[in-house]
Design a protein around this ligand. Structure first.
Ligand code: HEM
Length: 501
């Protein structure tokens, strides 16, 4: 068997390996172009590609769903997902966290202990059910807001982030920020969103290469430290207020109430809430924006969805639309595992400590595994459709896999289904820009450019995305039917214990 050094990969230079970064023809070497560069590597080198980063563990890109399955199946009881080292390091030293890193960055027994403490409450259907109406009401407020308030020159991306923030804060902190209210435009929501952006950006800069900030804290490191501390303090203050409500017995069946009744303390709730906000804002907002783009460029599919939403109580097409969106544009472009065991993968024998970058977005568009991969065909996910496909189970995994998979999956599905059903029933969604949509990545992927300005024409609300436009043309409005549809779907699911789509 061959070893790591025999794997094909981009040219690696003595001492510095690939430290100068990677590049591909036509897209250059900017880290924001990573998905395009990796696609090129897959075409050039095949299903397994070596990346050489001196000072880091050996890294292998995996582009084959069957090989990805082998990696996941060897992850053990404490799966390790490397990344966000600087975030974990700083959080573990904060007074407000009591040395607790939380879910996103911790590993081993510490991760398991924290996940065990919180997972029952986060995943419990009864807890989720408590938020159905709130999630839907926030969605309706968002739709009213963009219809009434978006003006020329305003950034609509920001509005989607505000919606996702409003929702996750309502769930995790029992607090309404009222992000869409004009008087709240410069308040805590803007501060939280800008802190999150700064934190993601800081982590991205500090987590590549040799992590010397542990010994020589740089200016960027100090700034990240201040941002994380402030973010945690804001969350902590909200938790503190919410716990007062709990003491007055007002939080029954809520997430915090459930955590409280299971003996979780204020620190655990603060750490969990920051995790849920970190995990739950950008990805959910991007999933909705990508769905709108795909519905905009596929009016025939939009029509089917609209008909389903307005005439039937059957949500299958909605689920398939979201699934197909996540295949084409999974908000997390890759998943990562570090294995503690040796692994024989294809014709290679790899050492313990190897880091595997599981490139699901690229596999999910490979014609070897899926028919017409670049086409938006929700029907391929529908059992009753003649276009239904049997796909490799480890091909498209937008929420990850196994015990370490996304803890917010059920909440995010609730939010995304609600928002798409509201927008697709209420507006005709159009797209006036370049297709296919260009994406770039900064830990998560997002549309390139900004949804930066809007204009109203007659009954059309037009949201401009740099040179691209998603426009919403008002179609119909039946708040009660939609709410019934939404609640019925979830009640069915909860009663039948059905699996996610
Ligand atoms: C479209 C929306 C979302 C996508 C695509 C997504 C995707 C992911 C992925 C791929 C992972 C890594 C899983 C693995 O390692 O196998 C993850 C982890 C995580 N997600 Fe999500 N997520 C989404 C929404 C959310 C929401 C709404 C929340 C919070 C309510 C959340 C909280 C988390 C947390 C805390 C983790 C770390 C779990 C752990 O390591 O134990 N995510 N997510």
């Amino acid at each position: 068997m061959k070893g790591f050094k025999h794997l094909p990969g981009p040219t690696s230079y003595p001492f510095i390996g690939n430290l100068l970064g990677y590049k591909a023809p036509g897209v250059g070497r900017s880290p924001s172009q990573t998905p395009h560069i990796w696609k090129y590597f897959n075409q050039q080198f095949g299903p397994l590609v070596r990346l050489d980063m001196p000072g880091n563990n050996p890294m292998v890109l995996v582009f084959d769903p069957n090989l990805a399955e082998q990696v996941y199946r060897n992850e053990g009881v404490y799966p390790i997902r490397p990344g966000f080292d600087s975030l974990g390091y700083i959080r573990s030293r904060l007074k407000e966290t009591g040395g607790n890193e939380g879910l996103i960055t911790s590993s081993g027994g510490k991760w398991r202990e924290f996940r065990n403490k919180v997972q029952y409450s986060v995943l419990h259907p009864k807890v989720r059910e408590t938020y159905l109406t709130t999630v839907h009401e926030i969605g309706m407020e968002f739709a009213d807001h963009i219809q009434q308030n978006l003006k020329n020159g305003e950034d609509a991306t920001q509005e989607f982030y505000k919606w996702a923030l409003e929702t996750i804060v309502a769930i995790s902190l029992e607090t309404r920020l009222n992000c869409f209210h004009p008087s709240q435009q410069d308040s805590v929501n803007t501060q939280v969103l800008s802190l999150m952006k700064e934190i993601f950006h800081g982590c991205k800069n500090l987590d590549v290469g040799a992590k010397l900030w542990r010994y020589f804290p740089s200016k960027t490191f100090r700034k990240l430290e201040r941002d994380i501390e402030l973010f945690t303090q804001i969350t902590n203050q909200m938790i503190h207020k919410a716990i007062q409500k709990e003491k007055e017995n007002k939080l029954q069946n809520t997430l915090l109430g459930n955590l409280f009744s299971r003996g979780c303390d204020e620190i655990t709730m603060t750490v969990l809430a920051t995790d849920l906000i970190f995990g739950g804002v950008e990805q959910v907002a991007h999933a909705v924006m990508f769905s709108l783009y795909l519905l905009g460029v596929n009016p025939d599919k939009q029509e089917i969805l609209h008909n389903e939403l307005t005439r039937t109580q059957n949500p299958n097409y909605l689920k398939a639309v979201v699934k197909e969106t996540m295949r084409l544009y999974p908000p997390a472009v890759v998943n990562i595992r570090e294995l503690r065991v040796p692994l024989e993968l294809g014709e290679y024998s790899l050492e313990p400590g190897t880091v595997y970058i599981l490139a699901h977005q690229i596999m999910s568009r490979n014609p070897e595994y899926i028919r017409e991969p670049e086409q938006f065909i929700p029907e391929r996910w529908m059992r009753e459709s003649s276009q239904k496909e049997e796909l490799p189970p480890f091909l498209t995994l937008p929420f990850g896999w196994g015990p370490r998979s996304c803890i917010g999956r059920r909440f995010s599905e609730m939010e995304i289904f609600s928002m798409i059903s509201i927008l697709a029933s209420r507006f005709q969604i159009g797209w006036e820009g370049e297709a296919p949509l260009r994406i770039k990545s900064e830990i998560v992927i997002f549309p390139e450019g900004e949804l930066s300005s809007t204009s109203r024409r007659d009954n059309n609300l037009k949201v401009k995305h740099s040179s691209e436009n998603i426009f919403f043309k008002i179609k119909s409005l039946n708040k009660q039917t939609l709410l019934n549809f939404f609640i019925k779907e979830y009640q069915n699911r909860i009663e039948n214990g059905r699996k996610a789509p």
